[in-house]
Design a binder for this molecule. Structure first.
Ligand SMILES: [Zn+2]
Length: 144
C-alpha cells in the first residue's frame, strides 16, 4: 500500500504483508524459525538502540518489541545503511535517492518484519527483506 503523508513524504506501509506472514505462521504454512530469523547485526542494533514499538511482539507477546529505522542512499556516503532516529526520516528522504526503512524487531524471540519504507526506492517485501537490506549496507558500513 503506497501513501503520501500530509507533507508529501512518500511511504509504503507493510501492515498487510505482516498480517499475511502472521496468518501463515498461525496455520502452519511457515515455521516460527522462519519468521523469527533476525539477522545478528539487526538484533544488536535493536537491542541497544531500538525504540519501543507501539505493540507487543505478535509472535511471543513480549514487550521487548522495538523498531529501528535505517537510511540508505549513495549520497549518504559513510552514513549509508546506518540506523537513524525516526524523527530524522523526513530530513533524510529529502535527499534525492535516499530511502529509509523502519523495521520491527522482537529482541526476545527474533521476530522481525519491515513496517514502512519512506522515500525514493521501494522494496518488494518478503521474509528475507530485512536481511538483504542489512547485507546490502555492509560493504559501505564502517566499524566504529
Ligand atoms: Zn517475540
Amino acid at each position: 500500500m503506497q501513501s503520501d503523508a500530509p507533507d508529501g513524504l512518500g511511504w509504503i506501509d507493510y501492515t498487510m504483508a505482516r498480517r499475511s506472514v502472521l496468518g501463515d505462521l498461525a496455520c502452519g504454512r511457515v515455521s516460527r524459525t522462519e519468521v523469527c530469523d533476525c539477522h545478528p547485526e539487526l538484533m544488536r542494533v535493536a537491542r541497544y538502540q531500538g525504540e519501543p514499538a507501539e505493540t507487543e511482539c505478535p509472535v511471543c507477546h513480549s514487550d521487548a518489541n522495538v523498531t529501528v529505522t535505517f537510511a540508505f542512499g549513495d549520497r549518504l556516503a559513510r552514513r549509508n545503511g546506518r540506523m537513524i532516529p525516526p524523527q530524522e526520516i523526513e530530513a533524510y528522504v529529502a535527499v534525492p535517492g535516499v530511502s529509509c526503512y523502519t523495521v520491527e524487531v522482537c529482541t526476545d524471540c527474533s521476530w522481525n518484519h519491515l513496517l514502512r519504507s519512506h522515500g525514493a526506492v521501494t522494496l518488494t517485501h518478503d521474509a528475507g527483506a530485512v536481511t538483504r537490506i542489512l547485507k546490502a549496507a555492509e560493504p559501505s558500513r564502517d566499524t566504529d
